[in-house]
Design a protein around this ligand. Structure first.
Ligand code: COA
Length: 258
């Protein structure tokens, strides 16, 4: 039994956090299973990941509070390091990732969604970093990624106040890219994934690498990063196929991931 299930549909891999009895709260085992699920991704055939939560109430309602209640600072540091390592792995994963946020995305749930490249959510989604109400800080990247996504002022407001936001407000502040009725969320995430996987996979990966690296670089250095990724594409078969197809007025070409 794993707390994370993976289901491949063509070149899209749907990963589901599967601990609905605890609103998919993230304990050490869930983190371990998430890491193992990433180990299991076949980079030859998968071109996009969609991550969601089991049940209709939560994406993930946070790090597991019962598991954290008796931790001392040392155990807490190990837990935070582990969660951060897994989420950093998702953020830097060599494939585009979409979080399909189907309900509560609080604490670690919000942090997991922010480690993904793109967030879509259902109308009943609720986002927030309510950790200070429990006497702690966010510990799986929340103090760092929320401000990068929505800006320092808004991020401080949400984190200091522990205020949660519903889907429409999350959309307004740029925390999510789209809001859908619950039953349309996964189809919408898969539709977006399907659009992404039609494109040259090496180029998509290179865009992700350039953007992830460049966001923390000064512009002069960031341009060097772009030149590296841009030029790297010209060593691929798919660059030749893509450009020849355009010049030959061919539509709907298949990229080879080579
Ligand atoms: N850690 C551990 N267990 C959690 C959890 C978490 N972060 N979030 C929910 N659960 C468990 C509850 O303890 C409950 O278990 P039980 O049925 O064995 O009592 C079950 O999931 C259902 O949650 P419940 O609180 O009964 O549902 P609700 O509809 O009344 O409230 C929430 C939903 C999300 C508002 C509420 O569960 C909550 O506030 N969760 C914690 C959110 C949070 O602070 N996250 C940040 C953690 S750092």
């Amino acid at each position: 039994m794993s707390y994370v299930t993976s289901q491949q549909e063509g070149s899209i891999l749907l990963m589901t956090l599967n601990r609905p009895e605890a609103l998919n709260a993230l304990n050490a085992q869930v983190l371990e299973d998430l890491d193992k699920a990433l180990d299991g991704v076949d980079l030859e055939t998968v071109r996009c990941l969609v991550i969601t939560g089991a049940g209709d109430r939560a994406f993930a309602a946070g790090a597991d509070i019962a598991a954290m209640a008796d931790m001392d600072p040392e155990a807490a540091a190990a837990f935070s390091r582990r969660g951060n390592a897994v989420f950093r792995r998702i953020e830097s994963f060599p494939l585009p990732t979409i979080a399909a946020v189907n309900g509560y995305a609080l604490g670690g749930g919000c942090e997991l969604s922010m480690a993904c490249d793109i967030r879509l959510c259902s109308e009943n989604a609720v986002f927030g970093q309510p950790e200070v109400a429990l006497g702690i800080t966010p510990g799986f990247g929340g103090t760092q990624r929320l401000m990068r996504l929505i800006g320092m002022g808004k991020a401080k407001e949400l984190i200091f106040s522990a205020r949660t936001v519903k889907a429409t407000e999350a959309l307004e502040m740029g925390l999510v890219n789209g809001v859908y009725p619950a039953e349309e969320l996964l189809p919408a995430a898969k539709k977006l994934a399907a659009r992404i996987v039609r494109n040259a996979p090496i180029a998509v990966r290179a865009c992700k690498a350039a953007m992830n690296e460049g966001v923390d670089q000064a512009m002069d250095e960031a341009i060097v990063t772009e030149v590296r990724e841009f030029s790297g594409c010209f060593a691929s078969e798919d660059q030749k196929r893509g450009m020849q197809a355009f010049l030959n007025k061919q539509k709907n070409i298949e990229f080879l991931n080579q």
